[in-house]
Design a protein around this ligand. Structure first.
Ligand code: 5AD
Ligand code: SF4
Length: 430
């Protein structure tokens, strides 16, 4: 979501003459787009600001001015604190107000004193953003934002606000704009993307079917979804829409019923497994990814063993796993039975090692398979292209340059530590 937001901020600022620079050195403006999801990410903001202050001072020495802005969820949650601790910051803006960046920049350029805008405005920012500019053949398309689920560990409902769905017509218009610029793969984006519901009474399954009709769109993904919002029509879309990739990020967080309940996830382990079974029945090639948290308050060895067992049972091929990080203002931060850091660390290491084994096994099982790969960038070696498999694995292939930006049929021939090697399919046919 932050990658998408950063790109949109660049779009908003382009008419003012701003273009992306490769480094903060000498820049006229630096926007630090921040994440508040875990303590480590939030802490980084202040150390990064210290570094940027030096660039700002160096620019001032040459008679120039560097406008320094802090955007994103740390700005939303700690706006006043940022201005107190880093008074050299010019602009603090939350994730819902970046369409107003041009005004803020003008104000910052005019006046002394910082500009702070962390409102949740009534007008959706999407109505004010310019047309998206595509870079390459794969793009994010934000369809939904915010979260009403209130998992007890999570700051998102507080920093991103209530669930909001963009109208289907606006999403389809943006899909057409992007496809016309050469985009072949769209990833529909939302904090709870499958909670999307259009003004038309559509759910995400219906939206995916409509996006699949857009000329040029060859692949569709959506992320991140919540098990509670996975409805029948969306499951059916996995069976019926050929462009919908057979790879789903469906976070479960824990395999223990006790912990799932303490997390307020709204489903138990059995319900998650039933859902996976239905999805796999709809799309037998489906592979799943998840997020996990180790050391949630009260998590015992037995709870953690349940998580390991679930990871094996579902056969996740990829995961993002994190140590529980107490976040200010969330219920779990106040729970009495916090787990010691060393226990969280040990569980994280064990979980990640199991997942690495599963990812590696999955990669090896791909050898010999035919896959359609979106070749989206040149490789490091001449005559080589790099792309993504349906399962998001990076794939290297020796192929002609004109195939860049297209979906090519390849056969996977070997596995490298972080990627797959393939050959064009024709050359392997008898
Ligand atoms: N501590 C650790 N991980 C967290 N996540 C969200 N909040 C926390 C927290 N307080 C993880 C969840 C979520 C992902 C985006 O970040 O696993 O799915
Ligand atoms: Fe956070 Fe996701 Fe839970 Fe919402 S559903 S509170 S974004 S973890």
């Amino acid at each position: 979501m932050n990658v998408y937001d950063s790109a949109r901020m660049a779009d908003v600022l382009a008419p003012l003459g701003y273009a992306s620079a490769d480094s903060p050195e000498g820049a006229d403006m630096v926007i630090l787009n921040t994440c508040h999801i875990r303590e480590k990410a939030a802490e980084k903001v202040f150390s990064e600001l210290g570094r940027l202050k030096r660039h700002q001072a160096a620019k001032a020495l040459t008679g120039g001015r560097m406008i320094l802005a802090v955007a994103g969820c740390v700005a939303q949650a700690e706006g006043e604190e940022i201005l107190r601790r880093a008074p050299f910051v010019d602009i603090v803006l939350g994730p819902q107000t970046y369409h107003r960046l041009p005004e803020m920049v003008a104000q910052a350029a005019r006046a002394g004193g910082a500009v702070l805008d962390t409102e949740f405005p009534v007008e959706p920012k999407f109505d004010f953003l310019p047309d998206a500019r595509a870079e390459g053949s794969s793009a994010f398309l934000s369809v939904q934002e915010g979260c009403d689920k209130f998992c007890t560990f999570c700051v998102v409902p507080y920093t991103r606000g209530a669930e909001y769905s963009r109208p289907g017509s606006a999403v389809l218009a943006e899909a057409r704009t992007l496809a016309a610029q050469g985009v072949r793969e769209l990833t529909l984006l939302g904090q709870n993307v499958n909670g999307w519901h259009g003004d038309e009474g559509w759910g995400l399954g219906r939206l995916i079917r409509a996006v699949a009709e857009v000329d040029g769109v060859e692949r569709i993904r959506y992320t991140t979804s919540h098990p509670r919002d996975m409805d029948d029509d969306l499951i059916a879309a996995h069976a019926e829409v050929p462009q919908l990739m057979p790879f789903l990020h469906l976070p479960v967080q824990s395999g223990s019923d006790r912990i799932l309940s303490a997390m307020n996830r709204g489903h138990d382990r059995a319900a998650y497994l039933r859902l996976v079974e239905r999805l796999k029945r709809a799309q037998p090639d489906l592979a799943l990814a998840s997020d996990f948290i180790t050391g949630f308050p009260g998590e015992t060895d037995a709870d953690f063993t349940d998580t390991l067992a679930l990871v094996r049972e579902v056969g996740f091929v990829q995961t993002y796993s994190f140590k529980y990080s107490p976040r200010p203002g969330t219920p779990a931060a106040l729970m009495p039975n916090q787990v010691p850091e060393d226990v969280k660390d040990a569980r994280l290491a064990e979980l990640q090692s199991l997942l690495l084994d599963q990812t590696t096994a999955f990669n090896h099982a791909c050898v010999g398979r035919e896959m359609r790969v979106l070749l989206d960038r040149p490789g490091r070696h001449a005559g080589q292209l790099v792309g993504r498999s349906p399962y998001m694995q990076p794939v290297h292939v020796k192929a002609a340059a004109h195939l860049l930006g297209t979906v090519a049929a390849l056969r996977i021939v070997s596995v490298h530590p972080n990627s797959l090697e393939a050959v064009p399919l024709e050359t392997t046919l008898p």
